[in-house]
Write a protein that binds this ligand. Structure first.
Ligand code: IPM
Ligand code: MN
Length: 355
């Protein structure tokens, strides 16, 4: 990357993906213009529609091209009718990209913005934590590899020492750079597991405790996953950073999303040692695709995370402040179902105007 150019690889995806990515590219263009950055966009096809027409989720050589970009922005993918014979969805890129790029930490900030109403009675400022979801092993490593007959099916949950250590360390490093939990300002990493029941989770907790020992300045605590689900709804203000296995992180991040205005408010980064990509935490919502209904904020904030990861903190701040301002001054309002009152394009315009 030269100092003043940002080369982005973009996967538009399926369903609402293309309209969300269009929104993000418009906002990114405005942010880059304001920060005197040249934005170049390289489109890479991928997802379920691509799978339907080619039999492959990504074109040949795609991962190598993605790696060369300064940043990768991905829209949601998946179409309910595009399936493998075993009933699982085809053309999802989680396995291909998360494993293929070894992006082991799925970083999911959950934050209630001023002007947004969540499903609980919390005020903006009270919910601001990050779920770090292990992204390359856990139950989902069994994707496509379980055994099944007509009468029974079995998937296995893999936890390794090395895989756990690196994701837990990522969580602690994140906590070191944050201001702590909203309720008490304490930097805290919560290990979420079911180590009371499963050996795999007992190993996860054992490794967590070892890594926690290296971070005297960060409080470490444990919660069983069922209790964590409860606390995320009842007392989210106590959380700063949470770290957990892949499947648990998938589920609990959706619980968190409900408390901050819905999945459409939640961005994510898939972060590895040598590659990273950024995407909403939700799926492609084909039922509302192309109708100017989707909330693009998850994609916009994913672009903000991308900018921060690409060492463009001023651009990232500018983008995030514009999104916050659009909600805070009432220009953007969400309906109860999480869709923006005035539509996707109106959100884009409101944010661009505030960049
Ligand atoms: C997510 C999504 C994906 C996942 C789906 C679409 C495969 O739910 O990123 O949370 O399960 O990881
Ligand atoms: Mn999910």
């Amino acid at each position: 990357m030269s100092d003043d150019a940002l080369e982005l690889a973009v996967i538009r995806g399926d369903g609402i993906g293309p309209e969300l990515v269009d929104s993000a590219l418009e906002v990114l263009a405005a942010v880059c213009a304001a920060e005197s950055l040249t934005l170049r966009v390289l489109d890479e096809p991928g997802g379920a529609a691509h799978y339907r027409s080619t039999g492959e989720p990504l074109p040949p050589g795609a991962l190598e091209r993605l790696r060369r970009a300064d940043g990768i922005l991905k829209g949601p993918v998946g179409l309910p009718e595009v399936r493998h014979p075993d009933g699982t969805e085809a053309g999802l890129l989680g396995g291909v990209m998360r494993i293929g790029l070894d992006t082991y930490a799925n970083v999911r900030p959950i934050r209630l913005l001023p002007g947004v109403t969540g499903a609980t009675r919390h005020e903006p400022g009270q919910i601001g934590y990050v779920i770090v979801r292990e992204n390359t092993e856990g139950l989902y490593l069994s994707r496509g590899a379980g055994v099944a007959t007509h009468h029974a099916a079995c998937d296995q949950l893999l936890v390794t020492r090395a895989g756990t250590e690196r994701v837990v360390r990522h969580a602690f490093e994140l906590a070191v750079g944050r201001a702590g939990a909203p309720s008490d300002g304490v930097s805290r990493v919560t290990c979420v597991d079911k180590s009371n029941v499963l050996r795999s989770f007992a190993l996860f907790r054992e490794v967590f405790d070892e890594v926690a020992g290296e971070y005297a300045e960060v409080a470490a605590e444990h919660l069983y996953a069922d209790a964590a689900a409860y606390e995320l709804v009842a007392r989210p203000e106590r959380f700063d950073v949470l770290v957990m296995e892949n499947f648990l992180g998938d589920i609990l991040s959706d619980v968190g999303a409900a408390t901050v205005g819905g999945l459409g408010m939640c961005p994510s980064g898939n972060i590895g040692a040598s590659a990273a990509y950024f995407e909403p935490i939700h799926g492609s919502a084909p039922s509302i695709a192309g109708r100017d209904l989707a909330n693009p904020v998850s994609q916009l904030l994913s672009a903000g995370m991308l900018l921060r990861h690409a060492q463009q903190p001023a651009a990232a701040d500018r983008l995030e402040r514009a999104v916050e301002a659009a909600f805070a001054d009432g220009a953007v309002r969400l309906r109860g179902d999480g869709t923006p009152e005035l539509g996707t394009r109106a959100v884009t315009r409101a944010v661009v105007a505030r960049v």
